[in-house]
Each structure stands twice: as structure tokens, then as C-alpha cells.
Write a protein of this length. Structure first.
Length: 276
């Protein structure tokens, strides 16, 4: 028996990277998965987004882990689309217990860009990271309350949601602002939902071995970052965590082992935030 047998999890950004890893890990613990991903590029983002084939591969991996998944192409910037996907999944599986608002982008530039490009980066990253997280939570809360079983909402923030770095351009600033904003969203909801035994937390990864961190645009940005070098190194001897390292923290936070853990900013960062 798994620690999440009979439960249902909604995960955004599920087609690859951390979202896929979370889906497979929670499925291996017995949870059924409702998963969404945009499966399309965003113009201001300097690396390709996931594809429909990758979403289908996540579904296959969840099934190989012994569970079921309902996956759909959904843009988290569109609340009504998120709600439709959520409602369809809950109707299909009969309940909702867990929300992982994981979808995120990190648009960067290592060259001078004009203000219109900066505004596009800012608007897109805030819309995906912060508004997308709000949309997932807002669509889920009625189902969690109606279930009267408690529940768990986890927002994926970042070390950039606890410390002040990101450069001076719209993309990096928008990323830092959105990840800090997620903490405020979490803290407010943790208080509002506590009477329903619905727990709300954030996880704060350091750099993770996914397309967001390992792409030419990000590499060039970090090389040009004025406070880079040792400033952005983890104290523990690891450059990149693996998605599964974050999934292990997610699996704990959504389990009964953490049934009284709420309102927590949970770093999985090899000591990064403690250093700064």
C-alpha cells in the first residue's frame, strides 16, 4: 500500500521536468493524477516549452507506476480553462485531495533589450508563475472544501522567492517578484483554509536539472549576471538537484506525515538560502 492510496492530485506543468517527476512520484504512492500543461511555446521565453508528446509520455509513466492520469492541454494563465480541466478531472476520479501548482517559466536575456521586450517578459512570467498558481488554487478550493477530508496545496516557489537576486531586466525581476508573490499567496491561504484542515505550503528549490535551468539562454544569463559566480553556488557540493529531489519533499508535504505542517516555506536548496 502507498501513502496516498485513493487520493487524487492536480498538477500543473506536468508534461516534463519537476511536474512530471511529481506526477510519477505521487502515482507511485497511490495517487491518481489530473495533469495539465500548455504544450506550446511562449514568445518571450527563451527556451522551448513542453510538447503534447511529452504530456502523453507523462501519462504513460504514471500508468507504468501503477496509477491513472487524466492529462489535458491547458494554459494556466486562463482561469476558466484551468477550472474546466479541474472539474473534469474531479468528475472523472470522484474527488480531489492534493494540488501542486508547479507550472513556471524563467525568461532571461543576456543582451540589452528594449522596454517592450522587458514588459513582455514581466507580464508573461508573472501571469504564468503567480496568476497561474492563483488560478490552480482558486479552481481547487471548492472541491477540497466540499470533500471535507482536508487536503494539501503546494506552490512551487524558488530560492529566488526567499532571496533577492534576478538582475535588472523584466524577466529576472518578474521571476523574483512572482516567486515572492507565491509566498504571500501561500501564507494568506494557509490561514484562510486552516479551519478546513487544508494545508498550504511552498517549496523552494535551488537550480534543478530541467529545461528551465539547463538551456543556452539561461546559461548565458548566468554567465553575464553581475553577482554570479560564487554568489549563486550551493554550499553543498552539487550544482544541480534532480527533479526527484524536489518530488521527495512534495511527497512528504502532501502525506499524513505532514498533517499539521502548514504555512511553511520549505527550501530544498543544498543550503543556498542559509548562505545568503
Amino acid at each position: 500500500m502507498g501513502s496516498l492510496d485513493g487520493r487524487v492530485a492536480f498538477i500543473t506543468g506536468v508534461a516534463r521536468g519537476q511536474g512530471r517527476s511529481h506526477a510519477v512520484r505521487l502515482a507511485s504512492e497511490g495517487a491518481a493524477i489530473i495533469g495539465v500543461d500548455i504544450c506550446a511555446d511562449i514568445a518571450s521565453n527563451g527556451y522551448p516549452m513542453a510538447t503534447r508528446d511529452e504530456l502523453d509520455e507523462t501519462v504513460a509513466l504514471v500508468e507504468a507506476a501503477g496509477s491513472k492520469m487524466l492529462g489535458s492541454v491547458t494554459d494556466v494563465r486562463d482561469f476558466h480553462a484551468v477550472k474546466d480541466a479541474m472539474d473534469s478531472g474531479v468528475e472523472h476520479f470522484g474527488r480531489l485531495d492534493i494540488v501542486c501548482a508547479n507550472a513556471g517559466i524563467a525568461p532571461t536575456a543576456f543582451r540589452e533589450i528594449d522596454i517592450l521586450e522587458e514588459l513582455d517578459m514581466w507580464n508573461d512570467v508573472v501571469d504564468v508563475n503567480l496568476s497561474g498558481s492563483f488560478h490552480a488554487a482558486k479552481a481547487a478550493i471548492p472541491h477540497l472544501i466540499a470533500g471535507a477530508r482536508g487536503g494539501s496545496i503546494i506552490f512551487t516557489s524558488s530560492t529566488a522567492g526567499l532571496r533577492g537576486f534576478g538582475g535588472m531586466q523584466g524577466g529576472g525581476l518578474g521571476y523574483a517578484a512572482s516567486k515572492h508573490g507565491i509566498v504571500g499567496l501561500m501564507r494568506a491561504l494557509a490561514n484562510a483554509l486552516a479551519p478546513y484542515s487544508i494545508r498550504v505550503n511552498t517549496v523552494h528549490p535551488t537550480a534543478v536539472n530541467t529545461m528551465m535551468a539547463v538551456n543556452p539562454a539561461m546559461t548565458a544569463f548566468l554567465e553575464a549576471y553581475p553577482d554570479g559566480g560564487p554568489h549563486l553556488k550551493n554550499p553543498m557540493p552539487v550544482d544541480l538537484l534532480e527533479p526527484e529531489d524536489i518530488s521527495a519533499a512534495i511527497a512528504y508535504l502532501v502525506s499524513d506525515a505532514a498533517k499539521y505542517v502548514t504555512g511553511v516555506t520549505f527550501p530544498v536548496d543544498a543550503g543556498f538560502c542559509n548562505k545568503l
